[in-house]
Write a protein that binds this ligand. Sequence first.
Ligand code: OTU
Length: 646
Amino acid sequence: MNQAAIHKILAGKPGSKPTPRKLTQLFEKRRGANFTLIQDLFFSLYPETRHTASFKSLQKLLADGFKNRPAELKHQDLQRQGDGNWYQSGAWVGMQLYVDRFCGDLKKLAERIPYFEALGINFLHLMPITKRPSGPNDGGYAVNSYTEIDPRYGTDQDFISLTAAFREKGICLMLDFVVNHTSDEFPWALEAKAGNLKYQEYYYTFPDRNMPDLFEQSLPEVFPETSPGNFTYCPQMERWVMTVFNSYQWDLNYTNPAVFLSMLENLLELSNKGVDVIRFDALAFLWKKIGTSSQNLPEAHRLVALFRLCLQVVAPGVIILAEAIVAPEEIVAYFGKGILEGNECEIAYNATFMACLWNSVATKKTRLLRQSLGNLPPKPDPSTWINYVRCHDDIGLGFDDSHISALGWDPQTHRRFLLDYFCQRLDWSPAKGAVFMYNPFTGDGRITGSTASLLGLERALEEEDALKISSAEAKILMLYGIILAAPGIPLIYAGDEIGMLNDYSYMEEADKMMDSRWINRPIHDWDTVSGLSSEKNHASRIYFGLQHLIALRKQQPGLADVCSIHYHDSGNNHLLVFERDGETDNGILILANFDESPQVVRTALLGALGYMREGQFHNLIDGKTKKVRSGLLELPPAELLWLRKY
Ligand code: OTU
């Protein structure tokens, strides 16, 4: 049983409106229940603080955090401790967006709530909105503040009002906590540059290249094209500073307990503003050790669990998403293992699923997907996935090499093929993507581009080829129809709902031109939105198709996270076939054809699984029951079926 489950028992049945006294009692209980674990984790990371006041400071932060938490949020916390885990409901459908590029600012975003409601979106990930440097800032992932709203988005008050409006409408809000690094203009960095030794210890700084060179022997590079190496020389400080990401993103030194405590304070403050899900950015990188890749180290896990257990004492309704785009089994580890099982992050990005979907698009085959996902270690019960097709970052090809080899493919050559397929190096490929961060030494590269452009819509529109346009539309809806049926929270990338293409304008902006991820961060096309009308053009067909799938998903109890998933081998490698909640009457069988030609599946399989009776099957998507006369059911290219159980 994880700590959250213990808290549920301690909280008992939520009364209608608990008194402040009762709320405080519950806080004390949670603090008591988490105390030993918090203490253990803290002293295991910071053994030298045993005889100092650090642990007392931590306790005070928790008490202050609770005191400052608005009563409304305390009540919401208690409601969320009711039956089940609120984030595992099948009713959540998310969207990720840049506020400025989507609609301008926070006030205007509040006015767009009807747009979200119409599509069925009730979970929003807003890309960073706090203060950042005016020059290059990695889309806000270089932070000057963890809690103050950047004036371009509005005021702190606008933000508080927005969170209140979201609460009223039942919209869940996710924001980033850029936990691994600050910008080089963050107050601590400015102090460090000015020679303040205390703050130099907030980062990894070194007087010469000795330590950096030792680290470099085993540290991979995240942005080899724009920010090679992992250290940057700071002339003001006359020291080298660790910068694993961009040179202006300084890695925080979590071996210093003061850093943990200050960041905990920031985390609690952010949560108290009414954020529901906190996205822990780049959390795999939190602990550094010479001789290792400094990713996914056990200390990083303990640190995340420590943040989590502290946050839970103050705000049990707030949960954490792991942004760990790492090897499949390493991702699952962020749900917590051993004594930390279910005590680390509640949600993680299902990056393996995403990468395998794109692999299936290029190869038109599904075995790698089935094998990779079928072989994943099971996630703990109280955790869930975010399933997505595209996000603001690149598509990393993070498959397990052994799975690629098992298919008889050479991993290196296969990755090269995927880059060629998506990044315009093969004449016959419909995809129009771009390479991100090609590393000539390792041959590694990642892929970027919008969903629609990667699936051929851009090229098809250029060629004015109606058949190719409809093929691209079908692929978009097929991929989204798959993630909408997968266990977890589906997350739509804003713009995909109207089939937005690559945006090449970044090439003209000095602070963006080197970062091809901007190709998929478009300015939302409201003209297209206002022209949406049933079946008229590609944007309309995608939008209404997606709207229909979202509504359908919410009606199907069998698609909630807690329901089982089972991948079936249909004998046809072009088809992805998986079943949700198959043990019950709510069972749904999902079939998708990744090939460019029609493909067949044996009706005997559908019958044996309970999705066919007397030669008939019922497809929930078009609401039709059809009869199959032969022993084979044929799926046209990019066809998606959600079959109802008989
Ligand atoms: C995250 O991604 C963010 O999503 C990016 O937008 C940021 O640039 C970055 O952190 C720095 O804040 O390197 O290319 O293996 O892939 O954490 C994306 C994990 C990234 C990394 C991921 C990172």
